[in-house]
Design a protein around this ligand. Sequence first.
Ligand code: NAP
Length: 458
Amino acid sequence: MAIATINPFTGQTEQEFEAHSEAEVDRRIAAAQSAFEALRQTTFAQRAEWMRRAAELLEADADELGRLITIEMGRPIKAARAEVLKSAKGLRFYADHAEEFLAPEALADPSAVGASRAGTRYAPIGIVLAVMPWNYPLWQVLRFAGPALMAGNTGLLKHASNVPQAAIYLDTLFSRAGFPEGAFHSLLIPASRVEAVLRDPRVKATTLTGSEPAGRSLASIAGSEVKHVVLELGGSDPFVVMPSADVDRAASVAVTARNQNNGQSCIAAKRFIVHADVYDEFTRLFSERVAALQVGDPLDESTDVGPIATESGRDELEGQVADAVAKGATVLTGGFSPDRDGWFYQPTVLTGITPEMRLHLEEAFGPVATVYRVDSREEALAIANGTTFGLSSAVWTTDAEEEEWFTENLDAGAVFINGMTASYPELPFGGVKDSGVGRELAAAGIREFCNLKTVWRA
Ligand code: NAP
């Protein structure tokens, strides 16, 4: 894939970029190594000061950066600006909490291990390679970079090839904020050159947010090098609506949960599993509200849904919906690509999904919702858990016993009750099954790339 900004609203290439030479990549790895030697000697207070400065830089650039995100990947402008501000908040969160999350712990009874003193402390490990997707081009990167740098690690970013200007902005953000030169750099390279970077002995670990094939490939290389890996992969999150739910509110939240970011969010609700008692009301409200979404120019403040980020992504959705319709699914709204420039796909609601349809098991990475009708909570759970994914989930119920039953039995990295899944710096984020391994955010996220060192003293 060319390293280029191709505006999904117009389909036009705005700017192409040369990949870094091998010598330049080597120079950046060497800079990251030297920066690590310097950074590991700094205090939390010093790193927090630089991190807060990085947050201020983001906030000062929010309008310009929001526009850049919208032009590179089509995210509606209001949400794009909000992504910049959320990223700044994430950096501040780690500036405030890293020291507490990585505080040494002492064994209450060291005599049990024959010591006068024993416990653990967290040490940084060195350079971490981050392979990142285009769908939240700042937030995905910065929720890795904030904790990594606060722990004293350094980062190298291989960003998605269709968001090179976001990568270039991030390349200098941390050095502008005061971190040692080389503490965080972007590598403008295609996916085919990731392997060589990961096999470099100076690179100690890796994290990838993206598709399952990319994750499997990276993890197998990391495995052969015995390097730690965190994977945040795809999802096909269930959104279960039970009879006791506030159906009107569930239907409104469902519209946002499926269509935000033009439907291209890993934690979007993708499969709506609705009890027969409230199925007719939910599907009517949901499809009416999806049909009312304003689709158009993502730079227009009133647009709800912009284009799909890439032409191939749009074609994939078309193929998935055509397959379902050919096998008997019913289209309640949408179901087509509008006849206009750019890579639009009309927000769509489908019912009558059967197991032989691709959409039953595959992730739909765009504004396409499937609705299932179920007669019991057991049937709802079987469908919810019936894919290879396990990222997050949502359940709408006001029955406390039912809430506990779903929370216990859903095979997912998170369960949201009477709300939609979102990521928060304060809460761990990650999946089970083919949705990934490891966690980002909160204390768990910063500890992923640390050496938990046991210390024993006679
Ligand atoms: P993708 O093709 O896997 O791309 C993600 C990143 O991986 C890009 O930087 C890409 O580089 C790189 N890449 C692709 N193949 C690779 C390989 N074989 N080896 C090393 N690097 C490789 O993902 P996408 O389709 O753009 O993104 C959408 C997917 O990401 C969806 O499945 C979505 O659910 C998932 N996602 C998950 C999370 C989460 O937190 N769980 C968050 C956001 C998105 P190039 O661009 O150069 O190909």
